[in-house]
Design a protein around this ligand. Structure first.
Ligand code: NAP
Length: 310
């Protein structure tokens, strides 16, 4: 069996390389997604010992959960998988609004359970904060679901520092999911120190910064999906970011690894980060990202990477 590490203090053990599945059935996020390729990459992940799956209602909407649920069912591996999903998006006609009210979260968990074809969710996150609900009340609703056995751990995502503190008033938050990668390190100021001090595990999303940290773009790359609106992939910023990534290439070469593996391995050296969830569109990317487990970064390597992206 592959290496296993505990997510925070949840008692749940995972391969430190997990899988982000917003490109599995996430038709509202990426155009022209092939569902069979999506299912295949989830199957490959499970076959190869990845056991932490990250999905959400809004990917699809609903479709990512359905596809991930179908594959888990077909592999018969439910008890070995740590399945994480998220909710907070309420469909209001054509609009989507955030809702963290206890009633909405409870209904959302029931709906996710059906789509995932399971009777428990290992980790349920409030995906985004709403304006109105006190965050300790929202988390209190998840605590009730935890006591009932419908979820095993409580997460929040995209909460500000103040919202996280309010959410964790009673110490119930197990996991925080937020944007963090070598090009976006603002979480280092307050969030990462807070979660470390409070035994909350930090799951960084966007670990490859939509692919640039996989080292595969150059200044002539043209984006035709949601990447075409991302500031870090435009103009002068894009050029500067590419230069930083180039500096990683030598280190990757010396370690007979790829840039993506060095980057993912670096996150796993951070306090409070136990597991990463790189997304993938094809099974080969899943197989590639697993090679991160073969990378050993020395203290000097860790510092060098830190400096390049300071
Ligand atoms: P990401 O992990 O930074 O980038 C993933 C993309 O990089 C893949 O779709 C693939 O795209 C490319 N890629 C992956 N592995 C590669 C490899 N080895 N070599 C080359 N390219 C590779 O971004 P993300 O998928 O958006 O984020 C990860 C996960 O975090 C998501 O799947 C989702 O589960 C979660 N997430 C959560 C939130 C939240 O609000 N909580 C927000 C965003 C994401 P191409 O093949 O098209 O280049």
């Amino acid at each position: 069996m592959s290496k296993r590490t505990q997510i925070g203090q949840t008692g749940m053990f995972v391969n430190p390389i997990g899988l982000g599945t917003n490109a599995v059935g996430g038709h509202n996020l990426y155009p022209n997604l092939d569902e069979q390729a999506g299912k295949e990459l989830v199957r490959t992940a499970i076959d190869q010992g990845i056991n932490f799956m990250d999905t959400a209602f809004i990917y699809g909407p609903g479709r990512s959960e359905e596809l991930v649920g179908e594959v888990i069912k077909e592999t018969g591996a439910r008890s070995e998988i740590i399945l994480a999903t998220k909710g907070a998006h309420k469909m209001d006609g054509q609009d989507v609004v955030f809702d963290n009210s206890p009633a909405f979260l409870k209904q959302s968990v029931e709906d996710s359970l059906k789509r995932l074809q399971t009777d428990y969710i290992d980790l349920y996150y409030i995906h985004f904060p709403d304006q109105d609900t006190p965050k300790d009340e929202a988390v209190g609703a998840l605590k009730q679901l935890k006591d009932e056995g419908k979820i095993r751990a409580i997460g929040v995502s995209n909460f500000s520092m103040d919202q996280l503190k309010e959410a964790n008033k009673d110490g119930y938050v197990d996991v925080y999911q937020g944007e963090y990668n070598l090009l976006q390190r603002s979480a280092e100021k307050e969030l990462l120190p807070y979660v470390k001090e409070n035994n909350i595990s930090f799951v960084p999303y966007f670990p490859l910064a939509a692919g640039i940290l996989a080292g595969k773009y150059n200044k002539d790359t043209v984006f035709n999906d949601l990447r075409s609106d991302m500031p870090h992939l435009q103009g002068e910023q894009f050029v500067q970011n590419l230069e930083k990534v180039e500096k990683l290439r030598k280190l990757a070469h010396d370690k007979q690894a790829e840039v993506a593996h060095i980057v993912l391995a670096w996150y796993l050296t951070r306090d409070a980060i136990d597991v990463v969830i790189p997304g993938a569109k094809r099974a080969e990317q899943v197989l590639s990202n697993l090679k991160t487990l073969d990378v050993h970064l020395t203290d000097e390597d860790i510092q060098e990477i830190d400096c390049i992206f300071q």
